[in-house]
Design a protein around this ligand. Sequence first.
Ligand code: HEM
Length: 475
Amino acid sequence: MKRKYTVVNFVFHSIHYRFFSVKILPFSKIPSPKSYPIIGHAHLFFKNGMYHKEKFAEAVQDLSLKYGPIFYLKFLGQKMVLTIDAENACKLFDAEGKYPFRINMPALAHYQQNNFNCLGIVVANGVYWNKLRKYVNPLLNKSYISSFSSKNYDIAQAFVSYVKKRRNEDNMLLDVCSHVYRYSTECISIVSPGRRLFCLENYNNAKINEILHGSSKFMDGLYASFSEPPLWKFIKTKAYENLQNGFNIIKNYIDTELESENKLENTFIKSLFKNSNLSYNEARLLAADIFSGGIDAVATTLTMTLYHLSRNKKCQYTAFEDIKNNSVLYLRACVKETLRLCPTSGGTTRSLPKNIIMNNYLIPAGTTVTIVHPVISQMEKYFDDAHLYKPERWLHSSKHNKKNEFTSYASLPFGYGPRVCPGRWLTEQECVIFLSEILKEFILEYPSNSEIGMVYRMNRIPDQLVNIKFIDRST
Ligand code: HEM
């Protein structure tokens, strides 16, 4: 059960601050490393700087040892408060209001405005975001999602055949993530645009490979656009070109599928295009956002789950026994545990509509605040043996919640509240079906001692190629 900041909490804190003379400190007192004019804190992440931007979570963890659970950094003239305190996550989600304001992706907004004359759900904010959100919320309905499960099974079985063809003579599948990427793309294609892409069966098909490449190019361009000033308003930077070319490929794919609308098989797409409150461009953009929204996050989550199961024989055995008993509870716990140890999201960032107090500092409305979940979800304060892969911890939620009263805010890989990821239940279904079909067929082995971490991209990804042995159970 999540904790809410109620009136009682508010009164308690007011009395606490007043009578125990806890001083509320102004924003200017929030700790921060030394910064320089113009570049702010960018020097920390320069080539020979203290940290690497790919390892942002590690940088935040190190900085928090020096500056405490809350501090700020300044990039491109903007102050960003960073916190590794789960209580602050609780406060942030409570204060975000009806229209949670996620910081903008200016290059993507520029592209969408120029090409669609409107914004998509990922970049939109405020009342307009709320209007779009209503059309994707049906994806949070579990019984609606289960209508895709038989197709998910077909795709998972196609992936099993795919592995048998693609693994080498030592049963090793090299660069697992690039292959699972095809599974996640195939799964989302049945939701949006609504028809199977058949990218597992057509490995060498140039048209299909262009679509796969388009999605990753778009994500790379979007990520790279964050670390540059908005030059793309005047010239096409390399980052902007990748973003644009990648999204154009997705747009053309969606358009081609929509031209054959009578062949569309699902109600989600039909509901977008039948709706008189959405313009044709708004519907096209929503379809494209849903298609591209979770491809790499699902592929990474599955790859990292395969990695953990291949290294933890006991977990793999328990998962297989559970599947034999027609249960997927343990597999669900495995996915949660992967997302705790290797979350794809770098954190939750909001600009809040009102002043808020975090760790006794007054954060004015409009400040950008980031809850750095990849650090919080690995803290002993919230989880026992926080660095170990222990799916069991998710099987007894009441016991697990006792570690700390804010533990339920310490691992939120899909976010929380009105802006929670609309793909969370779809992801769970795709992951559990995939893993059960794989484990029925193969024993997983990780023939290396190399530990895999995560690096920052638009979504965090494994920091090296993941190679796993898929050994037939029957041999
Ligand atoms: C492992 C899989 C996934 C993870 C970890 C993940 C995580 C997230 C997170 C953290 C957010 C931001 C939430 C916030 O700001 O509070 C988000 C937003 C979003 N996700 Fe996912 N996601 C996944 C899969 C998917 C899938 C499969 C889809 C497609 C159905 C999807 C579509 C979206 C969209 C459209 C948004 C923007 C929602 C909005 O701003 O209202 N995601 N996701």
